[in-house]
Design a protein around this ligand. Sequence first.
Ligand code: FAD
Ligand code: DLZ
Ligand code: SF4
Length: 522
Amino acid sequence: MPGSVLIPVLGDQLTPTLANLRGVDRADAVILLMEVMEETTYVPHHKHKLVLFLSAMRHFAAELAADGWRVDYVTLDDPANTGTFTGEVARALERHSPRAIRAVEPGEWRVRAAMDLWADKFPCPVTVLADDRFVASLAEFRDWAEGRKALRMEYFYREMRRKTGLLMDGDEPAGGQWNFDHDNRQPPVKGLQAPTVPRFAPDEITQEVMALVERRFPGNMGSTANFGWPVTRAQAQAAADAFFADRLERFGPYQDAMVHGQDDLFHSMLSTSINLGLIDPLDLCRRAEDLYQQGRAPLSSVEGFIRQLIGWREYVRGFYWLHMPALADANALAATRPLPAFWWTGETDMRCLADCVRSTVDDAHAHHIQRLMVLGNFALLAGIDPRHVQEWFLAVYADALDWVELPNVSSMALYADGGVLASKPYAASGAYIHRMSDYCGKCRYKVSAKTGPDACPFNPLYWHFMHRNRRLLEGNPRIGRIYATWDRMGEERQAETLTSAEAFLASLTFSSPPAGQDDDFK
Ligand code: FAD
Ligand code: DLZ
Ligand code: SF4
């Protein structure tokens, strides 16, 4: 339709009320969805992640077409596909000769940099609208952050509570407290069993994508055979219904718990649906709040869930855009080690790490505390180069997009920004993992042993980390006291500890990430 408006919609913008679709006359628009090699290969994505994005895009295109929109969908196998968003928009201009392009700002810096060139490159006007699917606009976050010496999520979260009115009694927080964090750290009781999370049988569209992914990305992590993530709005709603019915009640207390083989526990498993735009996080918060008001869910669980969404999720997004592009290269602790090979295979005697990697390989998922206190903690203590860790997290989790992955990995887990996001490093010895999980009992290592070949590697690594970063951390009031304990150990035990850590580090083997795609398609 010459003279219409071209509306590009990216793979994480699958929302019918997206800013560039609102107020547009369906008869005057062409929506463009693009499967492109640049997006499918910028890291070696887990196969579930590839299926999730491509299948959800295809389902969204069908939903829009059924709703009366004209949709132009470019598949990955299209022989004329240029492989980039910019190249595909250029081709679409030839097909449709639109009078204007109307886009929504992308979630990633990399894509934003490409989109910023469109206005000069293309002959028609380009409008890039703000992504208003968040509670705080980027300008609001910037204003909040300006002039503050240290940014802390807790204070931003309170602003978001006030702004949304969620769990507020007038000006006061419901229950008289902003935060029920201390109630949300229960270790798992013996025999703790969580309800099963719904999985969605692949329909014809998903099966086609699964075949495409196996054909073109055979070496990537995982297998499409057990794919079960929600790929439509209806499936995302069903997943949310199951969470509210079966798991929200115990979400709070067991938020930080880990149980071998139970990958989801009481978590919502909704991050993929939220990040793709299949489900609105604010709707989820309101549903949780209703359940609290009806007396059907405890405040500590509901507050904990809402904090993750309007607190952490909003906060890391604002933080990402405030600190990019420097954040991507941050390495305050000068960590240089490559990623150990077992991060790709799970082949390690460390039972906690083996289980977290196994869950990741199986389902492109691990829950928060596994990501932070097992995988992230290990990478921090072992001094793994943040760029390798970031690339791994971005590749292997189905919910991973740069804006949410990077601050979590670089600033939260690895302290690579030197303490801008987190007030102290999330560093812990084996005792923490032992307290919060059932991993240690059957591990080949002894969590109670501090040094020697049988000692839990987290124990000497913890002190190795503290020792080698003393200059940077000693002045930190939240961690500095730990050095008094180290000094009291005496030279002999200190030397033994450092030798144990170094022997473990020397035993690590390294490998490159998987190839990414079949050679025939390179
Ligand atoms: P739940 O535990 O049920 O939490 C509810 C929701 O809150 C999540 O769906 C998510 O949308 C949001 N949320 C919770 N914690 C965070 C957080 N720290 N930052 C942002 N949102 C949060 N989340 C991603 O969406 N993508 C990532 O790439 C990602 N990478 C991470 C890397 C590391 C090292 C860490 C420590 C955390 C990361 N997270 C990431 C945050 C969190 O681990 C996942 O959102 C969560 O595990 C998803 O599972 P769930 O939906 O069951 O979450
Ligand atoms: C993650 C992903 C993948 C694997 N493939 C595509 C794709 O082919 N087309 C697309 O529009 N989006 C994809 N995505 C999501 C994008 O990476 C994401 O929308 C941008 O990075 C946001 O800036
Ligand atoms: Fe992990 Fe150490 Fe426990 Fe083994 S003993 S499961 S390595 S924390």
